[in-house]
Design a binder for this molecule. Structure first.
Ligand SMILES: *[C@@H]1O[C@H](CO)[C@@H](O)[C@H](O)[C@H]1NC(C)=O
Ligand SMILES: *[C@@H]1O[C@H](CO)[C@@H](O)[C@H](O)[C@H]1NC(C)=O
Ligand SMILES: *[C@@H]1O[C@H](CO)[C@@H](O)[C@H](O)[C@H]1NC(C)=O
Ligand SMILES: *[C@@H]1O[C@H](CO)[C@@H](O)[C@H](O)[C@H]1NC(C)=O
Ligand SMILES: *[C@@H]1O[C@H](CO)[C@@H](O)[C@H](O)[C@H]1NC(C)=O
Ligand SMILES: *[C@@H]1O[C@H](CO)[C@@H](O)[C@H](O)[C@H]1NC(C)=O
Ligand SMILES: *[C@@H]1O[C@H](CO)[C@@H](O)[C@H](O)[C@H]1NC(C)=O
Ligand SMILES: *[C@@H]1O[C@H](CO)[C@@H](O)[C@H](O)[C@H]1NC(C)=O
Length: 381
């Protein structure tokens, strides 16, 4: 039994080390009360089951039933469902940045060429990662990103490890090493969540709490940071008030009123800065940065991370055309039907040296690795 399991595992690894042609093969991990499934294409999570308040298992992430659909999605709607995004998550203004004395230009794949989104025209979501380790509760995918690819300087080797444990917890860890040159590295996971597993079409009645999110990174009409940082508390910045989740409140109180998410948009699509309490380390991951409770399932997610920011997107761009998975019923993903949570560093920080974030975003062969750590605990009331 044991030796045949090992044989199967080694065969699989050997296959992936030599070919990139099975990016949509699903792999699962489990622990008591939680299981998750992944594919190498984008090193992405395709399902994650936890129990609701009635002890019914619920699949709380968005995706497709047929893994081949993820490849088609990239060519059409490009949702980035469940994937790792990189080499530089979120937007780079004008696709331009400077390291040392050299100005670099990377593909401007969004807003008619005005900025780069999630690593360029072929980001980490659109690569077939190599399966490098897999057992019952943990899986690791690795990606060698060659020097010059998508215009980024230097080769970068990344490992993403997803682990599940009991009581129900998902842990993500992304470790990236720059092999030869100084280069921007900012990765994230782009998981779309619906903690009620679509018992209601939207998440608007759910309760969200961002205890450290005193500030947001200001953005312009195409969601590129302006350089300014705004308090979510200051009364004279009234447009910011809907984004004040420093005490728990229902998502509709923010999402239906905030218009700080680009031209013509209402909803949440913002980088919330995690201002940890005085005297704790800036990377302290011991206290929750986000807590979210579903009105329908009673499931609470508690997120901890070592990152400096959380990009939250309340799915204002969904419009009822993408079907939910069979595990989630028979409807479609409606506007505000989900929340994307991306633990990451300060967006476009490479173009804002005044923020003092360079050590967290630019890495070379003599710097420590980039390490992203996040855990998601699932409980019910
Ligand atoms: C990844 O694998 C899938 C499935 O085998 C394939 O359709 C796709 O073209 C591959 N993508 C890349 C970028 O290699
Ligand atoms: C995960 O759990 C759900 C609910 O119990 C089950 O239907 C599904 O088959 C499990 N997935 C795997 C891969 O074990
Ligand atoms: C992309 O969205 C359109 C609706 O806008 C939908 O008809 C189509 O099926 C989607 N494509 C994929 C691959 O999901
Ligand atoms: C619906 O949203 C998809 C992206 O998810 C987009 O491609 C499509 O154009 C939208 N359709 C309408 C009618 O707005
Ligand atoms: C914007 O990008 C273009 C094309 O890469 C480049 O020529 C130009 O210098 C950039 N502008 C700024 C202000 O960085
Ligand atoms: C699975 O792999 C992880 C990561 O290497 C390790 O921490 C864990 O102990 C392993 N679990 C089992 C059951 O072998
Ligand atoms: C929110 O809750 C109220 C009161 O229970 C209910 O009437 C309404 O339909 C819910 N809305 C959504 C979007 O679930
Ligand atoms: C932000 O929300 C908290 C809790 O509701 C409240 O105490 C605080 O006054 C709010 N800030 C503003 C400016 O409204």
């Amino acid at each position: 039994m044991k030796s045949s399991f090992l044989f199967g595992l080694l065969t699989t690894v050997a296959t992936f080390a030599t070919a990139n042609d099975d990016g949509i093969q699903p792999y699962s991990i489990y622990a008591y009360g939680i299981n998750a499934t992944f594919i190498p294409y984008g090193a992405r999570v395709t399902s994650l089951y936890v129990h609701d308040k009635n002890n019914t298992p619920r699949d709380v992430v968005l995706g497709y039933d047929d893994p081949a659909q993820y490849v088609k999605d990239t060519a059409t709607n490009h949702t980035y469902f469940g994937s790792v995004v990189g080499r530089y998550a979120n937007r780079i203004r004008n696709g331009t940045f400077t390291i040392g004395d050299t100005e670099y230009h990377v593909p401007t794949n969004e807003h008619g060429g005005q900025n780069t989104l999630h690593g360029g025209s072929q980001g980490y979501d659109d690569r077939n990662w190599t399966l490098t380790a897999h057992n019952t509760s943990s899986i690791t995918f690795s990606l060698m990103d060659p020097s010059g690819y998508q215009g980024f300087p230097g080769a970068v080797l990344t490992h993403v490890t997803y682990t599940v444990s009991s009581p129900p917890r998902l842990t993500t860890r992304i470790v990236s090493v720059s092999l030869d040159s100084y280069t921007p590295i900012m990765l994230s996971t782009h998981i779309y969540w619906n903690l009620g597993a679509f018992q209601s079409p939207t998440i608007l009645n759910d309760t969200l709490h961002l205890p450290f999110a005193d500030r947001i990174i200001d953005i312009d009409s195409i969601l590129d940071p302006t350089g300014a940082l705004s308090s979510v508390r200051l009364p004279w910045q009234s447009p910011s008030l809907p984004l004040n989740f420093t005490e728990p409140k229902q998502i509709h109180e923010g999402a239906l009123y905030s218009q700080q998410c680009g031209d013509g948009c209402t909803g949440i699509d913002n980088a919330f800065i995690l201002d940890r309490p005085p005297y704790s380390s800036t990377e302290d991951a011991s206290a929750p940065a986000l807590q979210w409770t579903s009105a329908d399932s009673g499931i609470t997610m508690t997120l901890k991370t070592n990152q400096q920011s959380l990009q939250l997107y309340s799915c204002g761009g969904q419009n009822g055309t993408i079907p939910v998975k069979a595990s989630q019923g028979s409807g479609y993903v409606e506007k505000y039907g989900c929340l994307v949570i991306e633990p990451q560093q300060w967006i476009d920080g490479i173009n804002h040296p005044e923020w003092g974030q360079n050590d967290r975003q630019v890495f070379g062969p003599d710097s420590p690795p980039q390490v992203l750590w996040a855990s998601y605990d699932f409980t019910t009331n």
